[in-house]
Design a protein around this ligand. Structure first.
Ligand SMILES: Cc1cc2nc3c(=O)[nH]c(=O)nc-3n(C[C@H](O)[C@H](O)[C@H](O)COP(=O)(O)OP(=O)(O)OC[C@H]3O[C@@H](n4cnc5c(N)ncnc54)[C@H](O)[C@@H]3O)c2cc1C
Length: 390
């Protein structure tokens, strides 16, 4: 089977690419491993920035839909010391450039904006090979294949398209995040709800930290960062059967912290979820290879820095515009896209590194490694820095 623009992965990046192409009258097919849009919970809140994610939504002609799902007040920020002392309490005055939206609702807006048969669910790619002259054959886990003249890997951290372009593979950054949720927190856990406040709360300490968001209503969603090797986490049972013991085990790492903070872990209403953090080498590039490219995490997976989803969407929009600008010359389109994408993704990591330490970095590589070593501090600085302009 021949496919037109073939996008692997229906995450925010791949869907934005498909949507912006559609706005310009070009169709694409998106192959997604998951069986349906609701096959997996889509995670918590994302702040969508006016200097990248929102630019992509403008290109996608979806700003009204985006405005409708913004959770008012969620740009409030509190920073607490481990003993519970509040060191920053910033209200959301409605003028910030990083409104928060539920990730699942944002993805649904993009899905709803595409022709019904654009996304082919239940198509897990197992590999892809070059056929010559810029054409590729994509193979799915069930043995089916498609061939295409333009293949885009938007398939995230463990991309099956990436090997066509580079041997690079993500490496563990030495830190993981454990996610917990408290429901009806205002009544059931008022001290924790007060500590988190109306938006985001960060309680950093060297190496480890607790982040929490107030999601819809009074659900609190915490991200607990711990600088442990992977085998330390492997020894902990993250299945439902062990939920309470696991929460207690993770909370123990925060002995001595204020109870309103440790409650976010120990009283979790859900089984703690482990997210191992990996990153590709900063500044990863590849030689222009006919007929194929990558976007989002597939291209530049980094330690969480508050930009990954925003950058994936911007990549999608910019790639779509490059294709539209060179409809009869795919190679020029891909070259133009990659020329801007490579430095853009590196700049973001560098920016976080500089901010994290208050001074300019010695080099891009140093800065990137700083951000990877202390993503919490990098994130904190993003949120407390003055708004960036595009
Ligand atoms: C704990 C944590 C917190 C984060 N917080 C933020 C934040 O606050 N703000 C922010 O901007 N970013 C954040 N990020 C980063 C953000 O989640 C990613 O950068 C973003 O999701 C990348 O989008 P993407 O479209 O490139 O890839 P993904 O969202 O990973 O989407 C890839 C898609 O491809 C599909 N897929 C994968 N393999 C295959 C295959 N073989 N065949 C077919 N389909 C496949 C997947 O099912 C998925 O639907 C966070 C990340 C983590 C881990």
């Amino acid at each position: 089977m021949n496919s037109p623009v073939t996008i692997i992965g229906a995450g925010l990046g791949g869907l934005t690419l498909a949507r912006v192409l559609h706005v310009h009258g070009m169709e694409a097919t998106v192959y997604e491993a998951e069986s349906s849009p609701s096959a997996r919970a889509q995670g918590g809140l994302l702040d969508i920035h006016d200097y990248n994610g929102q630019l992509a939504l403008q290109d996608a002609d979806l700003m009204d839909e985006f405005q409708a799902i913004i959770l008012a007040g969620r740009q409030a920020l509190r920073v607490l010391d481990p003993d519970g002392t509040v060191t920053l309490d910033k209200a959301d005055d409605g003028t910030g450039g990083r409104p928060e939206v539920p990730r699942g609702e944002l993805r649904q807006i993009l899905l709803d904006s595409l022709p019904a048969d654009t996304v082919r669910w239940g198509h897990k790619v197992s590999g892809a090979r070059a056929l010559g002259e810029g054409r590729h054959e994509v193979t799915f886990a069930d043995g089916r294949t498609v061939t295409t003249g333009l293949l885009v890997g938007a398939d995230g951290a463990w991309s099956r398209v990436r090997p066509l372009l580079t041997d690079a593979v993500p490496e563990y950054i030495g830190k993981s995040v454990v996610e917990t949720y408290l429901f009806e927190a205002d009544t059931r856990h008022p001290a924790a709800a007060k500590a988190v406040g109306g938006g985001m709360m960060i309680a950093p300490s060297p190496g480890k930290e607790i982040f929490a968001h107030r999601e819809k209503g009074d659900t609190l969603h915490a991200y607990v960062g711990l600088p442990m090797p992977q085998d330390w986490f492997d020894a902990i049972d993250f299945t439902d059967a062990a939920a309470a013991a696991t929460a207690a085990r993770i909370a123990r790492e925060f002995d001595g912290w204020a109870p309103e903070l440790t409650t976010l872990i120990s009283e979790s209403d859900t089984t703690p979820i482990l997210r191992s953090l990996h990153a590709l080498p900063t500044g990863l590039r590849w030689d222009r290879t006919p007929g194929v490219t990558l976007l989002g995490d597939a291209a530049h997976l980094s330690a969480p820095n508050g930009e990954g989803a925003n950058l994936a969407m911007l990549d999608g929009a910019e790639l779509a515009k490059a294709i539209v600008a060179h409809p009869d010359d795919i190679e020029s389109a891909l070259a133009a896209y990659e020329r801007d994408m490579f430095p853009r993704s590196t700049e973001v990591v560098t920016f976080e590194g500089e901010e994290a330490h208050g001074t300019g970095p010695a080099s891009d590589a140093d800065a990137a490694s700083d951000a990877a070593n202390d993503p919490a501090q990098a994130l904190l600085d993003v949120f407390t820095a003055p708004d960036r302009t595009p």
